[in-house]
Design a protein around this ligand. Sequence first.
Ligand code: PLP
Length: 416
Amino acid sequence: MFGHVQPGPPDPMFTLKRDADNDASPEKVDLGVGIYRNEEGSYQELEVVKKAKLELDELDLGHDYELTVGDADFLRLAAEVMFGAHSGALRTGKIQITSQVKDTNFSTQVCSVQTISGTGANSLGALFISKVMEPKPRVYIGVPTWGNHIPIFQNTGLETTTYPYLDASKHAVNFTALLDTVRSAAQGSIFVLQGCCHNPTGVDLSLRQWEELACEMKYYGHLPFFDTAYQGLGDGLDEDAAGVRVFVDAGIEMLVCQSFSKNFALYGERCGALHFVGNSQEVAANVQDRLRSLIRHTYSSAPAYGSRLVKIVLNDPDLRKEWASETDGMRKRLKRNRQALYDELAIRLKTPGDWSYLVKEKGLFSCLALSPSQCRELVETYHVHLPGSGRINLAGLSEENVKRAAQAIDKVTRTH
Ligand code: PLP
């Protein structure tokens, strides 16, 4: 029955990680897999998570099933992180106006369900769209993007197509092309938008661009599908949600995927949420109930452990402050690493090319303007691990290795 089954497509990030882990060279610099690493190149548990674990231990809640959609307090707190504690969208009634694109007639309501982290939020959102939207909309996905976006939507039977996201020559959003696509897409199309710290480019929309995009998306009647996996690692927790909040203020129905993998360093716990922003309490309640049934029929109920830790932290004003300061620490270190690499390449080594994008881009990633063969040489000759696309994880740099990494980048830039 299964003799015809072929192996799945290879996962380049898995191979990259395996090769980097197996590289015993003291020269190794691992800039590959997209995980926050500390100065020593290791995973680092947040101090607030350590405290929450002790508190959870004392609470001794046992291991009963969690509710299908997850714990209500966790969901309220997660929504607050995304939409802002004072967002009117989280209450009944008119929304508060914070941006220039405002719609005071739109009575925004948010409903939320817990998901198997950000990937699960994307999958559940895609499944929901494939089940409830008629006719089935086309899903527009930026180029380049996170490697999972296209397969996730295609797995649910939705048709995907692309929109140009990056103008590689300028290291900037190709905003004109994005708007052109929005204007030419059939009404009711889905646009997948990364809320901040774009993977793989580190290039985000400005506030003004979010506002313009929101106006156009609303005018053409499209559904924004926000994916926010790195909130807090770009400009700050609230600043990184600015795009999402502009769309809320504009009174646009949308879906928002949220991950606590990076900003809580809870990778293995698979903790996240899917939020729906709708135009009435009744719509939001119906959508939440539909999501409940999709969860029930897919994996039955929410995982409990990660969300209990996040809830403990976000529910306690002191721990919440400490969490904000810990995410700020990660964010600042990423900025320092960007500056250090820029200083080495542009100032000390005078490596040919414009490296200023390194300090303008945000979050964990930037794409080095290198060819696949230059990237291969970096791995094979210099033990600097990165994929052929040139995407680097800035967290993999440290005071100890940044000179070595820059020297190698300088060499491959000059010799090709
Ligand atoms: N979305 C984007 C853009 C990502 O880069 C990632 C992680 O790499 C995710 C979603 C999902 O991450 P997780 O499932 O660990 O929350």
